[in-house]
Ligand binder design. Structure first.
Ligand code: SAH
Length: 236
């Protein structure tokens, strides 16, 4: 089983952060990242966490989602909506099975959105998969801590039955390495005038999908970056 980080994006209610921490600790998860929490630390979060205030004390507060994901090699976004995005949608059991088969020396993030508006498209662009908890179609949106509970429970079940796995020889690229690659790719495509800064359309989003699907390892990303560097030299 890899390390699992629960990431809560821009949560409004500190009580929800506390309740999510409690749900995590019950299921044996320990890594919590908070991206731009609206109120944290907070007495209400601590009260709702009950005996899980150690998770709150250890929570990492991040200014951006990129920072919370930087060392993760698999990113799963939790979404209540049936999105029309071309990102594969899993149910909680399938997502937990996917997590359980990741190398034990890697780190996975599960990202939860805002209480009112969920995750933005730009945030979903950073996810390899989406997970949706099957629910009443007329009322599908769970309280965020309840959603964390369901996902964490499935991760617990999957971890309990997962065989011990070996470490990977070539690890998948981390989110941070992929962001640097996308930056480099964008600069190169601009220099080539393949990408028009005034009319970028969906090009970078589509390329993110493509490379996200391929999930290159660190070696492969280095090859791609080497190609971009060679192209950049020729352009100049
Ligand atoms: N109105 C928002 C719902 C936000 S609920 C929307 O339409 O997106 C807050 C967060 O809890 C969501 O962003 C998601 O991460 C999680 N969540 C709530 N219900 C869920 C469900 N049925 N499946 C998966 N995640 C869910």
């Amino acid at each position: 089983m890899p390390a699992v980080r629960i990431v809560l994006v821009n949560t409004s209610h500190p009580g929800n952060i506390g309740a999510a921490a409690r749900a995590m600790k019950n299921m044996g998860l320990a890594e919590l990242s908070l991206v731009e929490p609206q109120s944290f630390p907070s007495a209400e979060a601590t009260a709702r966490a009950s005996g899980a205030d150690d998770l709150l004390a250890g929570a990492q507060v991040c200014a951006t989602l990129a920072e919370a994901l930087r060392d993760c090699t698999l990113v799963i976004g939790a979404s209540a909506r049936n999105r029309t995005l071309p990102v594969p949608m899993l149910d909680p059991r399938a997502s937990a099975a996917l997590v359980a088969e990741q190398p034990s020396d890697s780190r996975v993030a599960v990202v939860f959105g805002r209480e009112r508006t969920g995750l933005t498209n730009a945030e979903l662009d950073r996810c390899h998969y989406l997970v949706r908890i099957p629910a009443n179609p007329a009322y599908p949106s769970l309280n965020i801590a309840a959603a964390v509970q369901v996902i964490a429970y499935e991760l617990r079940l999957a971890a309990d039955s997962a065989p011990a796995r070996q470490e990977s020889r070539h690890r998948f690229a981390t989110a941070e390495e992929m962001e640097r690659f996308y930056q480099h790719l964008e600069e190169t495509l601009l220099a080539l005038e393949f990408l028009d800064a005034d009319n970028p359309r969906q090009l970078m989003r589509r390329l993110r999908r493509l490379f996200g699907r391929a999930r290159p390892n660190e070696n492969e990303v280095n090859i791609l970056r080497g190609i971009l560097t060679a192209v950049g030299r020729r352009c100049r």
